[in-house]
Design a protein around this ligand. Structure first.
Ligand code: ATP
Length: 537
């Protein structure tokens, strides 16, 4: 697993997983853009979730609701009034912080002179329509859940579902976070994968427990390890006003143990809040009187012949936090063979010179410098294991162009190439690219055309992304694919053409496994079936 966020940020930028948003204009805090590999990884994660929760269950339907909703939604959901974080200002440097994330001290200037916390609403307000009428506004949704609640009756009527059943949705959500930070962990625009699972009152507690278990198992199925995942039962005083119980699934991210998903028992609060004639519904939750709703969001129980307001169990996960967890879990810097001391020594010296020079450099912003020096020290302490991380240090902003950095890179690159590799050990079904087809020689027409036709044929199955790559020698190509987590490389060589020593190998290729680096020979005609089997989990 990754030891620091810097390792991930650097790999993500270098190889095209995730870039800082709006970079050419100096960036926009709290936004990130997913690059060519990031979009594949994110789509694979969402597809795995959708498959497990919608396709493979018999008690779930999916929807995709609008991001913009009638502003009354946000009044009756409680968001206008209570979707707030406590904000404090530092009287010294004027920076703003979320009071519950700092311990009485400004993280920027260490001053303890802070204002009293005051509520700050996290919803982005936006004008609807061309007329700047003060009433024509709404909000970008801060969660996808409300789109499900207001569609409860539509789904029920159009599918004839019986309780218990759920509605699942994946989509964007927006929160004007006071202090976005920790890479894609806390951002202002993100995606959620949410389920609202409707059950009979009285069956809610058992379903809540079952969902906690299901969700843990699902995160394990995408490759997170049990020791990095911790369920946390919220204490009564921590519960949101609508929740009867909430279990957070915490993940050991590089920056600490933090929430990946929340699974709440929301009782009949949501359907009750959005209903008319609330007095007649026998609601358990305390809701604000609703004078605008046009419908009762109830379920007619054919057994008891009564209308009930179902209770809701809500497993709500962040897609971006999921991507971060996958990257962190999968990341490894591995020694392929031990580097001898005489090869490490010049690197150690160049690293020392580099860190001293960075310490004296005023052009690197203070915060970035501090992070860089701390990480540099950690690498120096355990150079044998951490040497490839130097590549990460060198790609930090403002560093690349300085002269000592170029010298250090000159020392590091050949040693990394010879003795180390960075690997993303993704489960095959999540890997952005499943197979890379590589020609042993890029200037041999028959090898190239065979490799390209294998790529085309495998790609035409439509089940996965396959690439062809001839931009380097085979060893280098393997390393590049390891670094982006490609589980299999297929190499076409002279044996494939029947021109090698063993003519029995004609029409076979070498398949190299990312994790073990083991190689085996597979017939071209068997490749598709072989891959499909490997892609199952
Ligand atoms: P936190 O306490 O970390 O702010 P929360 O408890 O407010 O999170 P929920 O409202 O429960 O979060 O949202 C459900 C899920 O949405 C979270 O578990 C998380 O994965 C994701 N999420 C929430 N806010 C953000 C954000 N600013 N950036 C990325 N993901 C987020």
């Amino acid at each position: 697993a990754a030891q620091t966020m810097e390792q991930l940020v650097s790999l993500c930028k270098r190889r095209g997983f995730i870039f800082p948003g709006s970079a050419v204009y100096g960036g926009l805090q709290g936004t990130y853009d997913y690059g060519p590999l990031g979009v594949e990884l994110k789509n694979n994660l969402k597809l795995a979730w959708w498959r497990a929760n919608v396709w493979e269950r018999e008690d779930m339907e999916g929807i995709d609701a609008a991001i913009l909703m009638n502003k009354l939604t946000w009044r009756y959901s409680g968001h206008e009034e209570t979707f707030v974080d406590p904000m404090v200002d530092c009287k010294n440097c004027k920076m703003r912080w979320r009071a519950d994330q700092i311990s009485g001290k400004c993280p920027n200037c260490a001053s303890t002179e802070l204002t009293e916390p005051r509520p700050f609403n996290l919803m982005f307000k936006t004008q609807i329509g061309p007329v700047p009428d003060p009433e024509s506004f709404s909000y970008l949704r801060p969660e996808t859940a409300q789109g499900i609640f207001v569609n409860f009756k539509h789904v029920l009527d159009s599918t004839s579902r019986k309780l218990p059943f759920g509605i699942a949705q994946i989509g964007k959500a927006f929160r004007n976070e006071i202090t976005p930070r920790n890479f894609i962990f806390r951002v202002r625009e993100f995606e959620q994968m949410e389920i609202e699972f409707f059950v009979r009152p009285g069956e809610d507690e058992a379903w809540h427990e079952k969902w906690v278990e299901d969700r843990i198992n699902w995160w394990l199925s995408v490759g997170l390890s049990r020791q990095n995942l911790e369920p946390y039962h919220q204490k009564p005083e921590e519960l949101a006003h609508y929740a009867k119980a909430t279990v957070d699934l915490l993940y050991r991210f590089p920056h600490g143990l933090e929430e990946l998903e929340g699974i709440a028992n929301r009782t009949d609060y949501d359907l009750g809040s959005h209903s008319k004639d609330q007095g007649a519904l026998g609601l358990r939750a305390r809701v604000s009187p609703n004078s605008h709703s046009t419908d009762k969001l109830t379920y007619f129980d054919p057994e008891t012949k009564q209308h009930v307001v179902p209770f809701v169990i809500e497993p709500s996960a962040g897609v971006d936090r999921g991507v971060l967890a996958l990257l962190s879990e999968a990341y490894a810097e591995e020694q392929v063979k031990p580097a001898p001391a005489d090869r490490l020594k010049p690197v150690q010296e160049a690293l020392g010179t580099f860190l001293k020079s960075v310490g004296r450099n005023d052009k690197i912003p203070a915060q970035a410098k501090e992070a860089l020096l701390a990480e540099g020290e950690r690498i120096a302490q355990a150079l044998g294991e951490r040497l490839p991380s130097i590549t990460g240090l060198l790609s930090m902003p403002g560093v690349e162009s300085i002269e000592v950095a170029k010298k250090l890179r000159g020392q590091v690159d050949p040693v990394v190439d010879e003795f180390y590799r960075t690997v993303l050990h993704f489960k095959p079904h999540l890997a952005p690219i499943k197979v890379a087809v590589l020609p042993l020689k890029k200037n041999h027409p028959e090898i190239v055309s065979t490799a390209k036709s294998i790529r085309r044929k495998l790609q035409s199955t439509g089940a996965m992304r396959i690439v062809y790559d001839d931009t380097g020698a085979i060893g280098k190509l393997y390393r590049r694919q390891d670094e982006i987590g490609t589980p299999f490389c297929i190499t076409v060589d002279f044996d494939t053409l029947g021109e090698g020593n063993d003519t029995a190998l004609k029409n076979t290729v070498t398949v190299r496994h990312r994790d073990s680096m083991a190689q085996e020979r597979v017939a071209i005609s068997e490749l598709e079936t072989w891959l499909r089997e490997k892609m199952q989990s």
